[in-house]
Design a binder for this molecule. Sequence first.
Ligand code: GLU
Length: 492
Amino acid sequence: MAQPVRVRFAPSPTGSPHVGNIRTAIFDYLMARHYGGTFVLRIEDTDLARKVDGAVEDIMDALRWVGIDWDEGPEVGGDYGPYFQSQRLPLYTEAARRLVEQGDAYCCYCSPERLEVMRKEKAALKQSTGYDRHCRELNPQERAQKEAEGITPVVRFKVPLEGHTDFIDLIYGDVSFDHATIDDFVMLKSDGYPTYHLANVVDDAAMKITHVIRAEEWISSTPRHLLIYRALGLEPPQFVHHPLIVGPDRAKLSKRHADVSLLDYRAHGYLPETMLNFLSLIGWSLDDKTEIMNRQELIDYFSLDRIGRTGAIFNRDKLDWMNGVYIRGLSVEDLTSRVLPFLEKGLPEEVKRPVDIGYVRQMMPLVQERINILENAATYADFFFVDELEYETAMLVGKKMTPETALAALKAAGERLSSLNKFDHNLLEDTLRHLAGDLEIKTGQLFSLLRVATTGRNATPPLFETMAVLGKERCMKRIKAAITRLETSKGL
Ligand code: GLU
């Protein structure tokens, strides 16, 4: 790279941070860190109608959650601030004024009603509904008259009527747009705020951005931007448009496919490490096989030429699998502290809060192997916590057993277990294997019976480890309750 890399993530605070936007931010971040450059966060808050309260905070929260820090921007400052466009209005008005003065832009006095009628008429004729350039050639008298009527104009760019604008996109290659397809777009609105096009160009230039990395949906804005750069005598940055994230049906990822806000993934119990890894690999890859990459590896290996033009599919199954891999890689201590809030939230109401962290730590190795999403810990492990297990008594009566043989086996197990002075899983296994022999039933029959009696389920983590974590007191109480169920139930 000839000059130090400066990239920016320029979100509009119009809602919750979409995973697609965060993925753009990740590409920016990886690019900056890979080349030892600068990552700028700039808030494009000039569309007052679409601005949502709290959105800026959510964006920063989401970035920080996946471990993306910015070198310049809100809360950290920098030499090119302010980093909120709403605080930079004089720069845009000055640029617009210059362009009008040079004859590259003009004031347009058309009312919204006139524009609406014009659009309808053009649509009826099956013509493009862009502005018809009504005010482009107003003479000084006409202009003076509009001003005298007190109409606040918008400022439109005077797009050349012929020719084309070309550029080389680092992903898509040669791109060309005929000027005939570009209308005289608005740069400055009548409320004095700039549109995206003007503010984006003025700021990318002022902030010395070297690479504009953004989703493919902006590619048609780029010729407009280049026209402005040229008219202002500014050097444009390099453009890197990457494919949009799509669902399995190849339509832009939306609520219909999956959650789209990054913060929803946090709420469900996806790990930030997973989201960074997973989102980096949507549309970018190291090779055709590497899936698990930590932050440093992503930084070390990131390169623009491995961003593809297709294949940016959001694969939910892969995400769940990857989260499981990251969960299994955590220390028990770390997993315990991450799971706790999900247990506090998801366990049945009757379970006393706060839950016992020491107990949670003990069961974590059993849960760690079997969940892919932290919130599932609450449903997967609730039997460790509840006082009364809920299950059908008939579940106690396994294959080739009768209520009577099940009852007898359970009573015998209760007696043997009550004599143990420690509930260690090896000892439990030994004791119960012997007991099955003594009772002349299959080990599987006895183990299933005890599994249901102590957990209320047919499928659980390994039985003896589970019983060891539950501890003697809980197990004995549950076995007693199961005996009572068998004794009092009829017609099984
Ligand atoms: N404010 C635009 C957005 O919301 C920025 C697009 C760009 O990066 O130029 O994504």
